[in-house]
Design a protein around this ligand. Structure first.
Ligand SMILES: Nc1ncnc2c1ncn2[C@@H]1O[C@H](COP(=O)(O)OP(=O)(O)OP(=O)(O)O)[C@@H](O)[C@H]1O
Ligand SMILES: [Mg+2]
Length: 370
């Protein structure tokens, strides 16, 4: 079985240790300190939280994913669902149902497991102030066994029309839950920054920032070599270094590339650098429709600019060499094209550098000789 996993939470043996971050986060959880956990996409934010709570053993996690939420109603219902699924076994269900009676919860018994499952009446619309009662329940739950409350993809709360009011309600409750650690995890840095560092925001300075970056290269390289060894594949140190470089040191992308290397090699193979090409081609076979769809949305100038980033890197796209290389007159046009590429989430800016959101889109452009 392919030991490389990507696109989902990894834990235990699938989690390459991050001892410092884990210790730091565990410390904050134990002391009830709220944390804002920020990092780029596929860096391992969700996995870090899961693994930390798993290792702590004495805490339960109330995990609420805010990805693509559209309304306060959505948020409330996701919280209720998370609470219900967490409490289902703990005998608190009856109490929750009573407290939530205004949401008209519907209980049904799963015919296979015999377990009750609860859904909230879709006809009931919840408003930001319903959050108040739900957060009281969180506290109630915490009194029984220690909780860690995780709001993942927290930046999406800004999608709500009544985002400001919702954040204010959330903040006013959370600040009284002094012993409950809340973790606000998110990917889009600028938006997360607005929530926690804008003095106008209800959440201004309310949580300690923890940044998550790439894994330690040496530790990750060792972890990956051990996984290859599970199929008696021997892999050169240089090859692993190259893989990490091609995947731009993003753990999820590194694992994706290793997954295809495994798929395109066999038991007892020695993996050399020339194994990387066929592996990348497997990624392209899976993903190139998506790359083509992205290109269709772009103007000729935007495509030239994108190819320029792939060829020359994104450190100095306004330099004379870059402008000459892409054949676009004037930095203003380049700036405009870059802004559009960021807006379309094809590239993002990290420490002043423009980088591909998907590093394999970049290698594909070069491979196709665009
Ligand atoms: N500690 C780790 N050890 C090994 N692989 C990891 C680790 N952390 C992350 N990964 C890899 O990255 C992938 C994404 O991890 P995870 O979902 O935790 O990241 P994320 O930052 O929450 O991503 P997203 O922004 O998509 O929510 C995993 O499936 C795995 O391939
Ligand atoms: Mg995540």
């Amino acid at each position: 079985m392919n030991p490389f996993k990507y696109g989902r939470v990894v834990s235990a043996d699938d989690f390459c240790p991050r001892p410092n971050l884990l210790k730091q986060l565990a410390g904050f959880i134990k002391s009830g300190q709220n944390v804002v956990l920020q990092g780029e996409r596929r860096m391992g934010k969700t996995s870090l939280v899961y693994e930390t709570v798993r290792q702590l053993k004495r805490h339960r996690m109330l995990y609420v994913d805010l990805l693509e939420i559209k309304t306060a109603d959505d948020l409330c219902k996701r919280m209720v669902k998370a609470l219900i699924s967490m409490e289902q076994q703990a005998g608190l269900l009856e109490r929750i149902l009573k407290l939530l009676s205004q949401l008209r919860p519907v209980v049904s018994i799963d015919p296979l497991t015999g377990q009750p499952s609860v859904s909230v009446d879709a006809g009931v619309r919840l408003k930001p102030d319903s959050l108040d009662g739900i957060l009281d329940l969180v506290r109630e739950s915490h009194k029984r066994t220690r909780l860690v409350v995780v709001f993942d993809e927290f930046q999406d709360i800004l999608n709500l029309v009544d985002a400001k009011e919702t954040l204010a309600v959330l903040r006013s409750k959370v600040q009284f839950h002094k012993d409950i650690p809340y973790i606000f995890a998110g990917s889009v840095r600028n938006q997360m920054r607005t929530i926690f560092t804008d003095p106008e925001s209800a959440f201004f300075k309310s949580a300690i920032a923890v940044d998550i970056g790439p894994l330690d290269r040496e530790a990750f390289a060792g972890f990956l070599a051990d996984k290859f060894a599970l199929g008696k594949r021997v892999v050169d140190k240089d090859v692993i270094a190259k893989v990490i470089e091609l995947a731009e040191n993003v753990p999820g992308d590194v694992q994706e590339l290793c997954e295809v290397i495994w798929e395109t090699t066999a038991y007892r193979d020695t993996i050399h650098e020339d194994c990387i090409g066929p592996a990348l081609e497997l990624i392209y076979a899976r993903e190139s429709k998506g790359y083509e769809a992205a290109l269709v949305q772009l103007t000729g100038q935007q495509v030239r600019c994108l190819v320029g980033l792939a060829r020359m890197g994104g450190k100095a796209p306004l330099s004379a060499a870059f402008i000459q290389g892409v054949g676009i007159t004037g930095p203003a046009s380049i700036k405009k094209a870059l802004n559009r590429l960021v807006q379309l989430k094809v590239v993002y800016r990290h420490e002043g550098e423009y980088k591909f959101v998907n590093p394999f889109f970049k290698t594909w452009l070069l491979w196709k000789n665009y």
